[in-house]
Design a protein around this ligand. Structure first.
Ligand code: PLP
Length: 449
């Protein structure tokens, strides 16, 4: 089909995720055609350096032959296998076992979902099962962070604290609550790490007290680096302090590593920076590097065995989906894990260090208020007055201008509102490609002057 026909059909039929339906119909789609390495080409032959790894997922880059081969072989041999009725398939079992070796601490049990949203929703259900199993069903409330993102199911959208996901949606649900984001640029405690950590711990304790005490609180959820809220990197020690506070209060500590997992911030999981072991952890995206849908909920032996032991023989733990532990996705997950362990993680660390250096050089730009990064995950916050940290007025239309300039400069990135540029290139990006990415981002910034 021609690009024109596709655009017409898109406007008429395809509902895009998290999009303005009006704008989509008015402007039509940008039609991507193929990808290789860190490069994308659209149907008009225009090339873009993918500075966002699709949607922060294509960590191993496009066109990885070993992944395509693994998927093709599995599709040919057994394209689907149910996990119901006691059945299982080899790639899913092997992937579960290999992940148990590399996940932090005793997160040795894994439930495979189809993506991040249903991983979060599944985690919330497992938390409920766990509290019932322990005889602490009164522990109902779940606390997250302001500016957190935890997916688009009903429960995930409520745990999320971004206005777009709450609008006309009747969430957060009555058991979902939020405490302030540990944003060193915007939090009153600022860049004083110790003060910010102390403030976060005391916000958590205050929220727990407000909810009637720990006997009413089931879990605290956080992203080790907040993604969709604007790439917010908490100070070192923050994760440890929050984990310890949760342990003390007997509240499950759950990390959502849907973005930060699989090398995005350097190590395989962001928890590893501080040696933190959560009670549960969600992941997706980099698990299959976006080559097929898959997510995961990892749980500790304690959480797992508590639910198992409280469920009588012959009674099902009532949670699962047709595509749980899908064999093709699992085969892809195994091939992708080989790539991470075969040098991709190492490359991400090297390119991430170079990215941080280049970002530091952008701080003097008149529109840049803050730059922050963790490995191959970075944010540039724009302000119109550096001293007062004034956000650009919506009337300036910065987001639309950035999107147009990005396409013209040949770079794909994500604009969060009118004030934050998000970068999450594939971990396979070379130092030279990282330079091209940064040169083009600087080019975009210069068009806004
Ligand atoms: N959790 C986090 C931290 C995410 O960033 C996302 C998606 O960006 C999700 C959950 C939802 O994942 P998915 O879009 O695969 O459903």
């Amino acid at each position: 089909m021609t690009p024109e026909t596709l655009a017409r059909l898109d406007r008429a039929h395809l509902i895009h995720p998290v999009s303005s339906w009006r704008d989509q119909e008015e402007h039509g789609p940008r039609l991507l055609s193929h990808g290789q390495g860190v490069w994308l080409t659209d149907m008009h032959g225009h090339t873009l350096l993918d500075g966002f790894a699709g949607l922060w997922c294509v960590n191993v880059g496009y066109g990885q032959d070993s992944v395509v081969k693994a998927a093709t072989e599995q599709m040919t041999r057994l394209p689907y296998a149910t996990g119901y009725f006691g059945f299982a398939n080899e790639p899913a079992i092997t992937l579960a076992a290999r992940l148990a070796e590399v996940t932090p601490g005793d997160l040795n049990r894994v439930f495979f979902s189809q993506g991040g949203s249903d991983a979060v929703d599944s985690a919330l259900r497992f938390i409920r099962f766990y509290q019932h199993a322990r005889g602490t069903a009164g522990k109902r409330h779940v606390i997250g962070l302001a500016r957190g993102y935890h997916g688009s199911t009903y429960t995930g959208a409520g745990l999320t604290a971004l206005a777009a996901f709450h609008r006309d949606a009747d969430v957060p649900l009555p058991w979902q609550h939020h405490i302030p984001s540990p944003d060193p640029y915007r939090h009153p405690a600022g860049h004083d790490g110790d003060a910010l950590i102390a403030a976060s711990v005391s916000s958590l304790r205050a929220k727990v007290a407000e909810l009637g005490g720990p006997e009413h609180v089931a879990a605290f959820f956080c992203e080790p680096v907040q993604g969709s809220g604007g790439i917010i990197v908490p100070p070192r020690g923050w994760l440890t302090a929050m984990r310890e506070a949760c342990r003390e209060m007997d509240i499950l500590f759950v990390t959502d590593e849907v973005i930060t997992g699989f090398g995005r911030t350097g190590p395989l999981f962001a928890c590893e920076h501080e040696g933190v072991v959560p009670d549960m952890m969600t992941a997706a995206k980099g698990l299959t590097s976006g080559y097929a849908p898959m997510g995961a909920v990892f749980m500790s032996e304690t959480v797992y065995s508590t639910i198992r032991d409280a469920t009588p023989p012959g009674v099902a733990v009532g949670h699962g989906m047709t595509y749980s532990a899908h064999p093709v996705s699992a085969a892809i997950g195994l091939a992708v894990l080989d790539l991470y362990q075969g040098g991709v993680l190492e490359n991400g660390v090297k390119a991430g260090a170079h990215l941080a250096t280049r970002l530091a050089g952008m701080k003097d730009h008149p529109l840049v208020g803050d730059v922050r990064s963790a490995g191959m995950l970075a944010g540039i916050e724009l302000v119109t007055d550096k001293k007062n940290k004034t956000k650009p007025a919506a009337s300036l239309g910065i987001s639309k201008k950035m999107s147009k300039a990005g396409y013209e400069q040949g770079v794909l990135f994500r604009a969060f509102g009118d004030d934050i540029i998000g970068l999450a290139p594939p971990l396979t990006c070379s130092v030279e490609e990282t330079d091209i990415l940064c040169d083009r981002i600087e080019g975009v910034l210069n068009t806004l002057m």
